[in-house]
Design a protein around this ligand. Structure first.
Ligand code: ADP
Ligand code: MG
Length: 358
């Protein structure tokens, strides 16, 4: 087990920048998720840590060793790819022992270790099958066992669950959590799925265009996004451009004449800012139900969409469009054209000047 320290690592391919110089420290025994859309540089960074790709600049340290320049097999890492990459003609057991046999571990010892790893990933008794006889989720468990059997210092996973269907993915997320808990291995996993990153990561590294946008605990990422990009990636919706101010009830951002309460913004009064809102923190109630609370806005429902358990409404407050996400059972009283009171929970709106400072 070991921490991973990356210093000044950068990478270009044919003159185009895949990674701007970046620093990163992944603590010993932690689970780090690298999150970003396709092409943001996640795999490039993971492959540089693994030694599958050389950085143009910078160093990679694993534990107390500088591994920059070392080939993958000398870095004491385990690597799992999205497409499992098992040997189709070898049995499950031989797939798992392959790396050990290459290291001249005796056959008997290799078999014992493989059995133990197959047990860890929930595949006791599968050693004699071939990969073809396994489901996608089971094949990825074999790939995990193969990565773990050499007792690496660090486990690296590149979109390991992306090829699996939704239900199996949830099951495998729980498995990865359990295995991480049981082994205590420093783990770095690439994913483009924000829910997966939030669920699995002790910390999430948010990448965009080869640059770190934020490296934080999932709760911090959600409640205190560093910039408009992070907020948007995690689902916040643009509310509009306005000016930050302070009123009798605290900070607000005024957009097209409407004042929306701001949480803990550090932007000084008078700052022009783009505001975003988290639709799941907006509550709509039919305007006839009771008197309007002074903290609420008055609006009109302009659209309503059902997604089974959830519904999403769009309400207009003057010229500003406010989205609201709710359980479908709370949408039954709403319809297009309905007058509503709109409540936005504290912290449900973030304001960013120049796309960044909160
Ligand atoms: P991600 O894993 O986040 O989808 P990658 O790290 O694979 O992104 O890619 C980052 C950028 O680097 C992309 O623009 C991609 O096209 C480019 N890239 C990655 N690997 C290579 C390569 N071997 N040759 C040329 N360009 C590459
Ligand atoms: Mg990738």
């Amino acid at each position: 087990m070991a921490r991973v320290i990356i210093t000044g690592v950068s990478k270009t391919f044919n003159g185009s920048t895949a990674l701007h110089p970046l620093d990163l420290a992944v603590e010993d025994g932690s689970f780090c998720c690298m999150l970003g859309s396709s092409g943001s540089g996640k795999s490039t960074l993971l492959r540089i840590i693994a030694g599958l790709s050389e950085p143009d600049t910078g160093t990679v340290r694993i534990g107390d060793r500088d591994v920059t320049g070392l080939p993958p097999e000398r870095r004491r890492i385990g690597f799992v790819f999205q497409d499992y990459a098992l040997f189709p003609h070898l049995s499950v057991g031989s797939n798992v022992t392959f790396g050990l046999r290459a290291r001249h571990v005796s056959k008997r010892e290799a078999v014992v270790k493989a059995e133990r790893m197959l047990e860890l990933v929930g595949l006791t008794g599968y050693a004699h099958r071939t990969p073809k006889q396994l489901s996608g989720g089971q094949q990825q468990r074999v790939a995990l066992a193969r990565a773990l059997v050499t007792e690496p210092d660090v486990l690296l996973l590149d979109e390991p669950l992306s090829a699996l269907d939704r239900k199996i993915r949830g099951e495998m997320q729980r498995e990865l959590k359990r295995i991480h808990r049981e082994t205590g291995l420093t783990t770095i996993m690439v994913t483009h799925d924000q829910e997966e990153a939030m669920n699995l990561g002790d910390r999430v590294l948010m990448l965009s265009n080869g640059a770190v946008q934020q490296f934080d605990e999932p709760e911090r990422l959600y409640h205190a996004p560093a910039n408009e990009f992070v907020a948007g990636f995690l689902g916040a919706v643009p509310l509009g451009h306005g000016v930050v101010g302070t009123g009798a009830r605290g900070r607000f951002v005024e957009i097209a004449g409407n004042r929306f309460a701001l949480g803990d913004s550090r932007l000084p009064d008078g700052t022009e800012a783009d505001a975003v809102v988290m639709a799941e923190r907006v509550t709509l109630t039919a305007a006839t139900a009771r008197a309007r609370d002074e903290a609420e806005h008055e609006g009109v429902v302009v659209s309503l969409d059902f997604f089974g358990p959830f519904a999403r409404a769009e309400a207009r407050v003057g010229d500003v469009s406010v989205p609201a996400m709710m359980l479908s059972q709370h949408a039954t009283a709403l319809e297009g054209g309905a007058r509503v009171w709109i409540r936005i929970a504290t912290g449900g709106i973030h304001a960013f000047a120049d796309g960044a400072t909160r």
